[in-house]
Design a protein. Sequence first.
Length: 624
Amino acid sequence: MLDELDIRNLGPIREATIAPAQGMTAITGETGAGKSMLLSAIRLISGDAGEAGRVAAGASEAWAQGVFTVSDGAPAAEIAREAGVEPEDGELFLTRTLPASGRSRAVLSGRSVPRSVLSALAGELVTIHGQADQLRIASAAKQREFLDRYAGDERELGEYRAAWDALRRMDERLLALTSQEASARQQADYLRESIERINRIDPRPGEDMELRARRERIENAAEIASGVGRALSALDSSQMGVDADGISAIDLINQAIQSLRSIRVDGVFAEQADRLDAIVNDLSDVVFTLARELDVEGDVEDLDVLNARIHELGELTRRWGPELSDVIAWRDKAVFDVEDLDASPEKIAELEAERGRLYAAALDAAAALSEARAAAAAELAERVTSELDALAMPGARLDITVTPRGSAAGDTGADGSRDASARSRSRARRVSVDGRRGKLPVDSDAGLLDAHGWDDIAFLFTPFPGSPQLPMGKSASGGELSRLMLALELSAADKRAARRAGGRNDGTAGDVGGAGVSGDMTFIFDEVDAGVGGKAAVELGRRLARLARSAQVIVVTHLPQVASWADAQFVVSKGVGSDETVSTTVGEVCDEARVREIARMLSGSESDASLDHARELLVQSTLV
C-alpha cells in the first residue's frame, strides 16, 4: 500500500506530498493542471525510463519517492531482501532521481539498486490502469496470469509445472545421449576404465594412513624393541627375564611404600604411601602396554607387499583425491555419469519409454489445468459482462477463449471454454494411453506443451452490439479499457473474497471487508471516467469504492460523482508565481474545502445551489 508520495521539480510540480487513504483516494483538478505528473511520478519509482524533459525548468534534477507498507511474507518483501534490503518497520522507500542531463538513479530504502529492481517491486505493489499501461494486458502472457489468479488454480498449475520440468529434464538427457560425439564416447571410455581400476584396487577410507603408520613401525622395529626393552628393564626388570635380585623403579617404590607404612604415627606418612600405591598402579599399566607393543613388533611384516599397496593407493589419491574417501565418491558418481554417456540402443529405448510416461503425466496435468482455466474463463467473462452494463457500456461483453493448441478454431463454443475443456480431457486420455505403452515418439508433442500448459488464452472484447470480437487493446478507447479493467479487477476481488470467506460466492467483495485482494496492492485508475456521466458516473464511483474495500485505490477523475465516493481527495491546481512562472500545487481538501471542490466540479462555481448539491452528493456517496 502507498503511504506517501513525494515529488520535487517534476514538470510543473515544484514540491508536493500526497498521503493517500487506505481505501479510495480521488485526484481532481482542472484540465491541464498537471494531474498527469502524479502518474509520471508513480511510473518513475516503478522503474520506467526517465526523460530529462520532465525535469522542471531551471532545476538540476527531478526527484520522486514512494513509501510503501508491505507485509513480512509478501513477494515485494522477498524481492527487496534479494536486493539486499530488509523492510524497516514494514516499509520500503522507492526513490528515483532524474537529472536534467545524465543517467537517472534508482534507490531502494537508501541503497542504490538497478532500475529493474524497482520495476519488479512495483509489479507487486502498484497496478496502473491508464491508456498506455493497459497495453500490457493485451499480451497473452498477462491474460493467462490474470486468468490463473482468478481461477485460483495454484494446485493444478504446480502439478503441471512439476510434470513439465521432469519432462524437460528427460528431453535434455535424451538429446545429450542421441547427439553425443566422439569426445563424449571417449569420456565414457575413460570413466569405465577409471571405475575398473578403482574397483580392482578396492580402497577403504583411511586405509593409506593405516598402512603408512604400520610401515613406519616396521622400519623402526629394532629401535622400538631396544627402547621398549630398556624402559621395561627400568620399570619392572621381571618383564625382561632379569635376575630377581635386580632393582627396578617399581621395586624401589614398593620399598618406599613399605618404609612409610612401617611408621606407626598417623598423618602424612600413610597419605603419601597411598599416593605411591597409585603411582605403582599407573606404572603397572604402562609396563603392560609396553610389553604388548614389544610382542606386536615381534611379528614380521612383508615390507615389500606393504609398500606396493601404499603405492597403489597413492596413485588413486593423486588422480582422484586428495583423500581415499574422495576417490570412492568420484567412483560412485562416475558410475551414474557413464550411464548418461552410454548411448546404447537399449539405454535410449529405456529412456524413451520413461519419457513417454513423463509425457503422459504432463498431458494429464495439462488437461486438469485447462479444465480449471476453462471453468474460470466462463465465470469471469460472465461477471465482467454484467459489470460493464452498469459502467455505461450497455451491450459490451468480454469473451475469454481457452483453446488447446492444435485444435480447430471452429470447434470452440460461444465463449470458447467449455468445448476446449472437453477436448483437453479427450486428448489427454488418448495420448496418455499411448505414452504409458512407451510408443510415443520423442517429438510427438512439438509445439503442443510449454511451461504454462497447452492452452492458448485470449481476452476478446466487444465494445457494442454488432461489433466484431477484437483482442483487448485493439477494440476500445482509453476510457472503455479503464472501465473494462475496473470490471476485471472487481470480478477478481469478488472471487478472492468469496474464496477466503470459505467458498461463499455471492459476488460481493464488500461483505467480507478487506479479504478480497492483498492489502499490499495499490490500484491506480486514469481515464476511467472518459465518456461517462449521470447515473453511470455514480455507478462507476460506487464500484471503485467497492474495490477500495479490499485494496487501496487511487483514481484520477474529473467527475464529482466519482470523487464523492473517495475517502480522501487531493486537488491539483495551477498558478502563476510572482516571477510569472507557472507552477502546480497539490493539496488535500477536507470538510468545507472539499464541498467547494465538488461544487466546482459540478457547475464550475461555488453558488449556494452547487454547494448544497455537493453536500448532498457527498452524503449520498456514504450510503452504500
